[in-house]
Ligand binder design. Structure first.
Ligand code: AMP
Ligand code: MG
Length: 406
């Protein structure tokens, strides 16, 4: 049996970043950039108006007063998207809309609401400064500049930046393809009637969505019966992908075949059994470049083992460098009791008061009580040797699911 920290270290040592692919920017959110993105163009590509107003020569307004306004002749109307061929000479102006190019000869844009005007003339009743309301070419992105470097997580705004510089494709780190395989004679599929001795498969659906939430690709292989032949067949089918996640059949029972079959297939066992509760019988193996996580069948154990071991590995494969959920020091809102000897993971709720998180259990706990993790804000990590954490003492909580604050 090894410690959870050692287990994670072994996993991350065996995990490498995947290769790169070119994808459409439209579907690039969640990927890690794998190229230096340059812009040849400057953005915006031309000086343009930040307001609806009149492009003027500011000097024309120097002696403007209420009684003797500057009266500038409107020589053109320039909406966004059009370039006026006219040049503004002293005593004239061009009506412009937000985003319209700054007309030749002008040096300022006076907002429409500071003027009075008709079709022919605009009146300005006080001096207006030069250089106002002009967005300069290149103020967002200079010509021939580096816009983003490799390693950047692409988010909606990054996609917008790529669009603004004219990119349609972008080179990113590929996402891992993950096989999900349940095991157990007791499991019946989604929608089937419950009959004596059987339970419904829930782990497959939790894991499928945990994989998707982590940003990877999930493929359900199904559920293997507790026979050597079926475990063999389903594991072979699962092995087409980069990562295989199984649940159940990895403990010490006579019909727990998962590990034996994997070893027979040539997989190398990196560890089996971790000093934690729940999730002790978790195993990690590799087969060539493939990673295999054999998670316990108990539903909460599967959730916890995914969070602790599978998720960081998937993030690393995707090229992320931040692999861990945020960890906060919360204050116990009630006593937490446990046995010494193993680190405990518990589904908890957090409440924020006076700048502190207060933590309490998310209902009854147990490795088979899946609802203890449903809606949990976090997983409390209780140290190996602790036996009693009293209300008011500190508890480390991994944030897995904090809702919006307001
Ligand atoms: P095992 O690790 O195969 O010994 O299973 C441990 C416990 O988890 C047993 O009570 C199983 O019935 C339960 N279990 C195993 N696989 C699943 C699953 N896919 N969904 C829900 N419960 C499961
Ligand atoms: Mg089983």
């Amino acid at each position: 049996m090894i410690e959870p920290e050692a287990a994670l270290e072994i996993i991350l040592k065996s995990t490498s970043r995947l290769d790169a692919v070119d994808i459409d920017i439209v579907s690039s959110v969640g990927y890690i950039l794998d190229e230096e993105v340059m812009s040849i163009d400057e953005i915006p590509p031309f000086d343009n108006s930040a307001m609806d107003g009149f492009a003027i020569r500011a000097a024309d307004t120097d002696s403007a007063t209420k009684d003797s306004p500057a009266r500038l002749k409107i020589i053109d109307d320039q909406p966004a998207g059009r370039v006026s061929e006219k040049t503004v000479l002293p005593g004239t102006a061009i009506k412009v809309m937000t985003g319209a190019p700054i007309p030749a000869g002008t040096d300022s844009v006076i907002p429409i609401e500071l003027t009075t005007y008709d079709d022919v003339v605009v009146n300005i009743t006080e001096p207006f400064a030069t250089g106002k309301n002009i967005r300069l070419a290149g103020e967002d992105i200079p010509k021939n500049s580096i816009v983003m470097r490799p390693g950047r997580l692409l988010q909606p705004v990054e996609v917008g930046v790529l669009a603004s510089i004219g990119r349609t494709k972008v080179r990113v780190v590929r996402k891992p393809k993950v096989s999900i395989l349940g095991t157990g004679d007791e499991l019946i599929p989604l929608g089937a009637p419950l009959v004596p001795g059987k339970i419904r498969d829930s782990n497959s659906f939790v894991l499928l969505n945990q994989v998707l939430n982590a940003g990877a690709e999930a493929h359900r292989i199904g559920v293997a019966k507790d026979t050597l032949e079926d475990v063999q067949a389903k594991l072979s089918a699962a092995m087409v992908n980069d990562v295989v996640v199984t649940t159940g059949g990895v403990s010490v029972g006579e019909r727990d075949f998962v590990k034996d079959v994997l070893l027979e297939m040539g997989a190398e066992q990196k560890f089996w059994k971790v000093a934690q509760k729940p999730g002790k019988p978790v195993a990690f193996l590799t087969l060539g470049e493939k990673l295999i996580f054999a998670l316990p069948g108990n539903p909460v154990a599967a959730v916890v083992c995914f969070e602790e071991y599978v998720r960081p590995a998937l993030l690393k494969m995707m090229g992320q460098t931040k692999l861990h959920r945020p960890l906060v020091n919360a204050i116990a809102a009630e006593d937490f009791k446990k046995k010494a000897g193993r680190k405990h993971h518990l589904g908890v709720m957090l409440e924020q008061k006076d700048g502190h998180y207060f933590v309490k259990l998310n209902g009854r706990q147990g490795s088979g009580i899946l609802t203890s993790m449903a809606g949990a804000d976090g997983i409390a990590l209780l140290p190996k040797e602790a036996t009693l954490i009293k209300a008011g003492e500190k508890v480390k909580v991994q944030l897995i699911n904090l809702p919006e604050d307001h």
